[in-house]
Design a protein around this ligand. Sequence first.
Ligand code: B1M
Length: 216
Amino acid sequence: MSILDDISAFLQKGRANETKAAVEKALEEGVGAKDILEGGLMAGMNIIGGKFKRNEVYVPEVLIAARAMNAGLLPLKPHLVSSGVKSRGSVVIGTVKGDLHDIGKNLVKMMMEGKGFEVHDLGVDVSSEKFVNAAREFNADIVCCSALLTTTMTEMKSVVEALKASGLRDKLAIMVGGAPVTDSFCKSIGADLYSPDAASAADAAVAVIESVAKSA
Ligand code: B1M
């Protein structure tokens, strides 16, 4: 078994300490951070996701696998983000109301920090009112909403509407993402940007800031 298979297997069993140690070992062996993320951690989580869908595992098993994933991400963070980049802008991020999934959101946050953004993480189950208040408090350039459920992605429209009502809408960009979210959904709710994964989200955030700077 390769070290990536070990990481995947530990994650599936929810063994957080072993997952973290195996990630550290892979890094020591010179395996790339992106390979560890995709071939180890996300591969393991995808297997759990499939079993969850087929009712072969239940919420507690998925929850402990998610904890193991978060533990495995810790040693990976400094390798995924580049250091010494000056602050590019202010980002407010959260998982929308009713939704407790935070792994993808945490990855987006990590990648954006790596690009030099100051990221204010509101956590999970975030109401549109909280998004608006944080956008005002932190003078946000970009508001990022994550959703993993078809039943909660509609909350993103409430965030767009609340930002319009607050008068902040035209002063910032709204980015949406998460497994069920699509570009056409993004357009249909009046958000500005859809990104399919964390790395594209960070690149799109940089592009937005650069285009604003050019037109200023
Ligand atoms: Co949930 N769950 N879950 N779950 N869960 C899914 C999402 C599901 C697809 C499983 C399935 O049926 N196959 C399904 C949703 C079905 C649907 O609506 N279409 C589902 C369900 C049904 C549920 C519950 C309703 C189950 C129940 O209670 N009966 C329940 C809902 C709870 C709630 O939120 N109110 C529930 C609960 C949970 C746990 C709490 C047990 C746990 C979450 C723990 C946690 O996050 N701390 C959990 C998990 C872990 C999953 C799966 C297995 C994995 C999700 C994950 O973290 N993936 C998931 C099945 C799957 O995805 N295979 C499933 C890894 C992560 C890196 O990917 O989050 O997609 P992802 O992020 C990606 C991109 O989407 C993107 O970047 C990341 C990659 O680079 N991205 C963005 C994400 N946010 C972005 C924002 C952006 C841009 C890109 O810009 C702002």
